[in-house]
Unconditional design. Structure first.
Length: 91
């Protein structure tokens, strides 16, 4: 007994420029303000998601500069690092 596969039809997508023209024409003739606002919000969200968020990168000299502003500790960077390592890893 053979299984029958559903027959599918292939609908080709128009080119990007044609779809852009159709979309602009549809939005230009749209009168529903809530639909236009929803489309704008979706466009902004897609644009924000397309940007990759890179973590902040600090060099060793920048970190030393940040630590130098805290004058309450008289410890150097190496001493502070060693104290942190001792606390963190029980060295």
């Amino acid at each position: 007994m053979k299984a029958k596969e559903p027959i599918m039809t292939y609908i080709s997508m128009p080119s990007t420029s044609i779809m852009r023209g159709r979309l602009i024409e549809a939005l230009a003739n749209e009168n529903d303000a809530s639909f236009i606002q929803t489309m704008y919000v979706m466009m902004v969200q897609i644009k924000k998601e397309s940007y990759t968020k890179e973590p902040a990168k600090y060099s060793l000299s920048e970190l030393k500069g940040i630590l130098a502003h805290n004058d309450s500790n008289e410890l150097s960077y190496d001493e502070m690092r060693m104290a942190y390592m001792k606390d963190k890893f029980s060295l």
